[in-house]
Ligand binder design. Structure first.
Ligand SMILES: NC(=O)c1ccc[n+]([C@@H]2O[C@H](COP(=O)([O-])OP(=O)(O)OC[C@H]3O[C@@H](n4cnc5c(N)ncnc54)[C@H](O)[C@@H]3O)[C@@H](O)[C@H]2O)c1
Ligand SMILES: [Fe+2]
Length: 414
């Protein structure tokens, strides 16, 4: 079985891969194919946080494990949730010993607390780091072993406890995804754990939580959502069920992210960004990702950098690389970005316009122009490229990439 087929098989999410072909734009009738689409129950809207307690109760909670982190505690959202959990008659155990880009040893320590406290349902309130740590703890609680043993696709054998996720950033989609990303502290990179068992049972999306994000986090996570949407749309595993979510997310991010930086209190724009992250999450958890994430996991793991910032820097370079070989699908993305594309514009030109628009958005929201500014040096490039080749996300990139291709993209992004 090829690597792509293996990735596609992951969690039975998509049964058949298709390569995009010339003329394969959304106006064309799609080729017959078999596709599956997974998604948690979603509760969405301002004030929905209180629903998390009802969801936990419904899932059988008595002593829920509430994962969060110090930044969220300072923002006050876990306290509000604890009030709802207590009102529902539950006795939660709170755990917050996790840092951004969650580390293998933090998750294993969290698992020991889960066991010692006799917990049942797992709740995560935070960004992707908290939600991934919560997923890691849930999977260890019923499968045992070490978290790094689960790297790869469908390694989880036994059912894991019910999970309720409450995202506090508008980016990762971890609240709906079948992914769990963990930092391997020995190898200093990030591993991908993937499988349908990791799709949470309920995602509670309350856009109010986004209002306490600092600007740089808002910028980074918004660009993460855009990267999910674009990578999912051009992925080898995309299908008509994922395409609509991906394009909707592109349009919502381009239309709202910069505005949330200018007017942070505009509730409607915040809600649009929460919606964008959800749509992008639904797209990529089913269609998987591509070379941007495969590289970003290595860069982020090496230097403990904000995931969305690294994606924002890398994405235009990957768009240009993919646009050279598979340009047609960038036409629909350019349209979703409202770039005023002429019907006769060649796909390659559309890809270039999309790359430029992504870079402009990154500039508008204050993301550095190159990896060097983030601390990456020329000497890091060969090792980062070697590790990228082993990342599961590369398998669905629409254009095959050799180690030399990856090195070229990383150098261009320096
Ligand atoms: N599982 C997936 O599907 C998936 C997808 C993409 C990214 N990720 C992972 O998610 C992680 C990044 O997550 P992230 O970008 O959401 O940020 P994060 O969870 O790493 O949080 C960064 C910091 O922001 C703070 N913070 C978060 N929300 C806040 C809020 N509303 N108010 C105030 N402070 C807040 C946190 O306390 C933390 O200190 C990376 O490890 C990345 O690899 C996972
Ligand atoms: Fe991401």
């Amino acid at each position: 079985m090829t690597l792509v087929a293996t990735a596609i098989r992951a969690g039975d999410s998509v049964l058949l891969a298709r390569r995009s072909a010339p003329g394969d734009d959304p106006g064309d009738r799609p080729r017959p194919q078999l596709a599956k689409f997974h998604a948690p129950e979603v509760v969405f809207g301002p004030g929905s946080l209180s629903e998390a307690a009802h969801a936990a109760l419904r899932l059988g909670a008595r002593r829920p494990f509430l994962a969060t982190d110090p930044g969220l505690l300072a923002a006050g959202w876990p306290d509000e949730l604890l009030g709802h959990l207590h009102e529902a008659g539950l006795t939660p155990h709170v755990w917050y010993d996790v840092t951004p880009n969650p580390k293998d040893h933090e998750i294993e320590a969290g698992y020991e607390q889960y066991v010692a406290a006799g917990c049942d349902v797992v709740l995560g309130i935070g960004g992707g780091s908290v939600m991934d740590a919560a997923k890691g703890i849930a999977l260890l609680s019923s499968n045992g072993g070490r978290i790094l043993d689960y790297e790869g696709i469908d390694k989880i054998v036994f059912p894991i406890p019910p999970m309720v996720m409450i995202p506090s950033t508008s980016g990762t989609g971890a609240d709906v995804s079948q992914f769990c990303i963990v930092t391997d502290t020995k190898r200093r990179n990030k591993i991908t754990i993937m499988g349908r068992a990791l799709v949470p049972d309920v995602s509670v999306i309350d856009p109010r939580l986004l209002t306490t994000m600092p600007d740089d986090l808002n910028a980074a996570t918004g660009l993460d959502a855009l990267t999910h949407a674009i990578e999912a749309y051009v992925s080898l595993a995309h299908n008509p069920l994922t395409d609509t979510h991906a394009l909707q997310a592109v349009s919502l991010v381009v239309g709202n992210l910069a505005h949330t930086m200018e007017e942070p209190d505009d509730a409607a724009a915040r809600q649009c960004m929460a919606h964008a992250a959800l749509e992008a999450g639904l797209a990529f958890t089913n269609a998987i990702l591509g070379a941007t994430h495969a590289m970003s996991h290595q860069v982020g793991g090496l230097l403990d950098l904000p995931h969305g910032v690294v994606n924002g820097v890398l994405l235009p370079h990957v768009i240009r690389f993919n646009g050279e070989a598979e340009p047609e699908r960038f036409r629909a993305i350019a349209q979703a970005m409202d770039l005023g594309l002429h019907p006769d514009t060649p796909g390659a030109d559309a890809a270039e316009l999309v790359a430029e628009r992504v870079r402009k958005l990154a500039d508008d929201v204050g993301v550095p122009r190159g990896l060097a500014e983030l601390g990456v040096s020329e000497a890091d490039v060969p090792r980062l490229a070697e590790l990228t080749l082993q990342d599961a996300c590369l398998t669905t990139n629409p254009r095959p990439a050799s180690v030399a291709d990856i090195e070229t993209m990383l150098r261009a992004a320096l």
